[in-house]
Design a protein around this ligand. Sequence first.
Ligand SMILES: NC(=O)c1ccc[n+]([C@@H]2O[C@H](COP(=O)([O-])OP(=O)(O)OC[C@H]3O[C@@H](n4cnc5c(N)ncnc54)[C@H](O)[C@@H]3O)[C@@H](O)[C@H]2O)c1
Length: 296
Amino acid sequence: MGHAVVGVDNLARGTLSNLAEALTNERFRFAEADIADPVAILRVLTETRPRTVWHMVANSDIGAGVASPAIDLRDTFLTTFHLLDAMYETGTKRLAFASSSAVYGVHDEVIEETSGPLLPISSYGAMKLASEGVISAAVERFLERAWIFRFPNVIGSRATHGIIFDLLTKLKRLPEYLEVLGDGTQQKPYLHVSELVDGMMWICEHADEPLNYFHIGPPDEGVTVREIAEEVARCAAPGLPIHFTGGKKGWLGDVPRFRYSIEKLRRLGWSPRMNSAEAIRLSVEEIHREFRLRTA
Ligand SMILES: NC(=O)c1ccc[n+]([C@@H]2O[C@H](COP(=O)([O-])OP(=O)(O)OC[C@H]3O[C@@H](n4cnc5c(N)ncnc54)[C@H](O)[C@@H]3O)[C@@H](O)[C@H]2O)c1
């Protein structure tokens, strides 16, 4: 789009090799900084003076947050809090934010953007919800425009975590069978990361309320963990037995089943091309290829 872009990450999970191509573009530069450190993020914004900030960092390891909620406080909430302060100080007035369906907690009905009560069951979800709260307050205080995207499960190339990444990691460690947490019936919607980027860009171009909040997801009710495990086995080790550990939940803080509406985004004019099953198939191939390249 011709914009100059500065990527900011503390490289806790991100890797510079992912930026090899971006770094060949003269409009891109990378700044290593801890966004939970108020001095560091103020310095980055003072030096770079962006028109819009895309706040995508968080602790993405939900299990680590269950074991120690302070991790979510720091990397998921305080990054938002200190970033907003730095934006206020530097007069930066447009923010796009990666939130999550985890803000809702457990709901039986199809979730819409206005559904409630918002009672997350993980500290990750709680810190995303708290982030949404301070963003809303910042719209009242100084932001001209904010876009909150509530993602479903996002999958695809360069994964640092998530079900496909976890299953392939286990398979490397224990190649005799594929161990799957839970009974395999957990069912969730999955969106390919390329479509997520398209959807976010569309929302920023077309939603012009001071505070905009949208689901971005596939057009279906999702696929089960069993189906994903079968796809991983088919691609990485055909014929391998799959063992389920049992129980409705994969782990503490896991919302085993959720369905959410993408009608609001459809009305804005954007729909995904891939359904959950297609996104899973493509992502298993991509992530499996990257695993093979890494061990080659
Ligand atoms: N992948 C999903 O299914 C999913 C679902 C809902 C929401 N999200 C959100 O999307 C965003 C991206 O997630 P992802 O899946 O790519 O995870 P990721 O872990 O690959 O990316 C998060 C990045 O944030 C960086 N980071 C963490 N703490 C930081 C800090 N204090 N300062 C600077 N950088 C820091 C990490 O190094 C990492 O590169 C996150 O906000 C996540 O919560 C992801």
